[in-house]
Design a protein around this ligand. Structure first.
Ligand SMILES: NC(=O)c1ccc[n+]([C@@H]2O[C@H](COP(=O)([O-])OP(=O)(O)OC[C@H]3O[C@@H](n4cnc5c(N)ncnc54)[C@H](OP(=O)(O)O)[C@@H]3O)[C@@H](O)[C@H]2O)c1
Length: 267
């Protein structure tokens, strides 16, 4: 199975909570050409995502399917047990990518990563991912794992450009996957992005997602309606120039949409 080099643009599913709507979004995206689907135990929609994949005409082995182990399930035995439950819900016997969702709560680097290593060794998961890690967590995980870290999923959009974690990824040869790539909708009315979008006869989400591609990160916008799913897919046709990149670089203000006191960067 090809990885994120090929499937740079994926579909996010957080808060796609209505099971029928979620299954329909996944099916719509796959029929349109998306091949990378992102879910998580915590989203409570793995069953709907599995149904969407099964309902589509795309064979499972052509889908790059990623889920995440919830923070309360990161003990050694719980990783094994709950990954089994995820597989059942997703109607599959393997995952293309399994992430540690957050290095908090039941996360214990040695025990958690030993379980991920087992799942990698027995072929249940094809790649190990981590999410919301700081540099110190990445250093520790690389030390403990024999398997490579394949991807680091972090919030990343024009207002939070994550230079440090992007250069760490380049130095250590793992992918960055941008979550909340549209800043949870906050980019939509941005005047700079609007003017770049006008120039290219494109939409603001298309410009934003083209920017992610051109800076070398994967992106997983969540979209529910066929219109949004299709609009975002159109980003693949948009090419930005150096002036656009300079203007978007200036939008970085370190602003997070996903934050809470216990988040790793606050501790
Ligand atoms: N690892 C983590 O801790 C973590 C945290 C947050 C998110 N994620 C993942 O990243 C995914 C994306 O992040 P996100 O859901 O937070 O935010 P997002 O993708 O930045 O934004 C989603 C919002 O943008 C709207 N939207 C999408 N495409 C649009 C378009 N073309 N035009 C207008 N509006 C559009 C969606 O509306 P509709 O739904 O109405 O289409 C939704 O309200 C999540 O779904 C999840 O899979 C991971």
């Amino acid at each position: 199975m090809d990885g994120l080099d090929r499937y740079q643009l994926g579909l996010g599913t957080w808060e796609n909570d209505n099971p029928d709507a979620c299954a329909r979004s996944v099916e719509t995206a796959l029929e349109l050409g998306y091949r990378h689907i992102d879910t998580a135990q915590a989203y409570g929609n793995e069953d709907a995502v599995g149904r969407g994949i099964a309902n589509s005409s795309v064979p499972r082995e052509e889908v790059f399917l990623a889920t995440k182990v919830d923070t309360g399930n990161l003990g050694y035995h719980d990783v094994h047990e709950t990954t089994g439950e995820s597989l059942d819900k997703l109607r599959t016997d393997y995952l293309d990518l399994l992430y540690v969702h957050w290095p908090v709560d039941a996360y214990d680097a040695e025990a958690t990563l030993a379980a991920f290593q087992d799942l990698y060794d027995d072929g249940t998961i094809e790649r190990v991912g981590v999410s919301n890690f700081e540099v110190r967590h990445l250093d520790e995980a690389r030390e403990l794992l024999d398997a490579p870290i394949y991807a680091h999923q972090i919030e990343l959009h024009p207002y939070l450009q994550q230079d440090e974690l992007r250069s760490y990824a380049a130095d250590h040869d793992h992918h960055v996957v941008a979550y909340s790539p549209l800043a949870r909708g906050e980019v939509l009315d941005d005047p700079v992005l609007e003017s770049i979008a006008d120039k290219h006869d494109a939409s603001v989400p298309q410009v934003t997602l083209a920017w992610h591609r051109e800076i070398g990160v994967a992106a997983i916008p969540k979209a529910t309606s066929p219109e949004h799913i299709e609009d975002n897919w159109g980003a693949r046709e948009v090419d930005l120039d150096d002036e656009d990149h300079d203007r978007i670089a200036d939008l970085d203000e370190g602003r997070r949409e996903v934050d809470f006191p216990g988040a790793p960067w606050n501790n």
